[in-house]
Design a protein around this ligand. Structure first.
Ligand code: AMP
Ligand code: ZN
Length: 453
């Protein structure tokens, strides 16, 4: 049994391709573990309160910011972008977690943890600001990120908050400022109107659903120095230093055309942007699988174009297998052994820290290996896809389209009209074909393809 916790999205704006990289690779991890025979209890949070714009516990709550930007209530913003996240992940064919938990639903549990930390003497209050965790009370604070605490003490890493005892101290609970008028606010022992800090929700939600110790915890590499460092501090302070997490999985970033995603560069794309440009989300998934999760990855439209071609090639292969696999003879012993080797090599790569690029190379080699029967190739491909998650099992054999005689006659006339460059006639014939329930698509080489409408 693997207890796995994934830091979830902050739902104040659209899920973008960078987020999708992180969450698709989490999905691959869960699939690989399950395929290897582990039972995985997969929990992911949804941050709908308390994530401040800066890691230094200053700036606006991101949800409040989103509400202003879109002119909606904070609650509506959270719902809209949580829905958009799930919609995007469904299109990426990701398996949903066993439990998805909203931060706002676990506020009482978070408050309990902060009270416990206070009882144990780990906290102090900065008046009109919040309850802070005193990081000097933990001898091994910063161990995950190997923080240079003395250097931080001497220099000013972040905008300092007045009253903080150590630069690394962080807010567990924040008080609403005069005139702030927050839409989301709760009563606490320290203030009538207050709200949780961001880090505490992950300690609370993971403990609530998975217990005091996690096997695997995932997040982006940006979470190492502050968010995850502080999650460890809180959790281990509460449980008496029992290691909070056994294995950390940190995902590297996705760049767009060599640059960081940013509003000013207008290079933040969503799954709908892919659809608008006629790319299949599975082509994007295939592209993501081509990079190891711990390496930085550079997304370019040219690479996506290449992935789309590969995706179509893979679908064609599946069609070919489907068309002929039932006529195949039983595999010989030698063929069965070859299949076994492919399976071993593929899963060895995936089970070795998710070496997806190597896995894909083995998949392509296997798909093109005529030593194997088509049935073997089809079955092996589907078992690889249990962890790659491209949804290949959903592909059904295409039926030969029977074109009615009337439609065929119009098509022939249209072909002739086009050859004579009589575009008006060709257009009118297209409309007549449409009226009969068929769509005509002009392909390269002046051919016409027909689809049922
Ligand atoms: P956020 O919603 O900002 O909390 O981010 C959700 C997750 O997506 C975090 O684990 C981030 O590290 C990750 N993330 C954000 N931007 C990118 C990116 N460009 N590439 C990869 N992961 C990202
Ligand atoms: Zn988290």
């Amino acid at each position: 049994m693997v207890k796995l916790y994934a830091c979830g999205p902050t739902v104040y704006d659209y899920t973008h391709l960078g987020h999708l990289r992180k969450y698709v690779m989490d999905d691959v991890l869960v699939r690989v573990l399950r395929h290897a025979g582990f039972e995985v209890k997969f929990v992911r949070n949804v941050t709908d309160v308390g994530h401040l714009a800066s890691d230094a516990d200053t700036g606006e709550d991101k949800l409040e910011k989103g509400a202003k930007k879109y002119g909606q209530s904070v609650w509506d913003i959270a719902q809209t972008f949580e829905d958009y996240f799930h919609y995007s992940m469904d299109l990426m064919n990701a398996v949903r977690p066993n439990i998805t938990a909203r931060a706002t639903d676990s506020v009482p549990y978070q408050l309990d943890l902060v009270k416990k930390l206070e009882e144990k003497g780990f906290t102090y209050v900065i008046p009109d600001d919040g309850v802070y965790f005193d990081t000097s009370k933990l001898a091994d604070y910063g161990k995950l990120a190997k923080l240079d605490l003395e250097g931080l003490q001497a220099g000013a890493r972040v905008e300092q908050i007045e009253g903080k005892k150590n630069p690394t101290d962080f807010a567990l609970w924040k008080f609403e400022r005069e005139g702030e008028n927050r839409a989301m606010s709760w009563e606490s022992p320290w203030s009538k109107r207050s709200f949780p800090g961001w880090h505490i929700e992950c300690s609370a939600i993971s403990m609530e659903h998975l217990g005091e110790q996690l096997d695997i915890h995932t997040g982006g590499i940006d979470h190492i120095p502050v968010h995850h460092t502080n999650e460890i501090a809180q959790s281990e302070a509460i449980t008496g230093k029992k290691p909070f997490v056994r294995f950390w999985v940190h995902h590297n970033f996705l760049l767009i055309e060599g640059q960081k995603m940013s509003k000013s560069l207008e290079n933040i794309y969503t799954v709908d942007d892919l659809l608008k440009k006629d790319y299949d989300p599975m082509a994007f998934r295939l592209l993501l699988l081509g990079a190891h999760y711990r390496s930085e990855m550079n997304f370019t439209w040219k690479n996506l174009e290449g992935a789309q071609v590969s995706w179509e090639r893979l679908q064609d292969k599946v069609q070919q297998f489907l068309a002929s696999k039932d006529q195949d003879p039983e595999p010989t012993e030698a063929q069965a052994a070859t299949e076994q080797q492919y399976r071993q090599r593929f899963f060895q790569q995936l089970e070795n820290d998710l070496h997806t690029p190597e896995g894909l190379a083995i998949m392509w080699e296997m798909v093109g290996d005529s030593e194997l029967t088509t049935e073997q190739r089809y079955n092996t491909l589907l078992s690889f896809d249990e962890v790659l998650g491209l949804g290949l099992a959903r592909i059904e054999p295409t039926e030969e389209l029977e074109i009615p005689r009337e439609v065929q006659r119009l098509l022939d006339q249209r072909q002739a009209a086009r050859a004579a460059e009589n575009w008006e006639e060709a257009d009118s014939l297209r409309q007549q074909i449409n009226a009969l329930g068929y769509q005509v698509i002009d392909t390269d080489g002046d051919q016409q393809q027909v689809k049922k409408l």
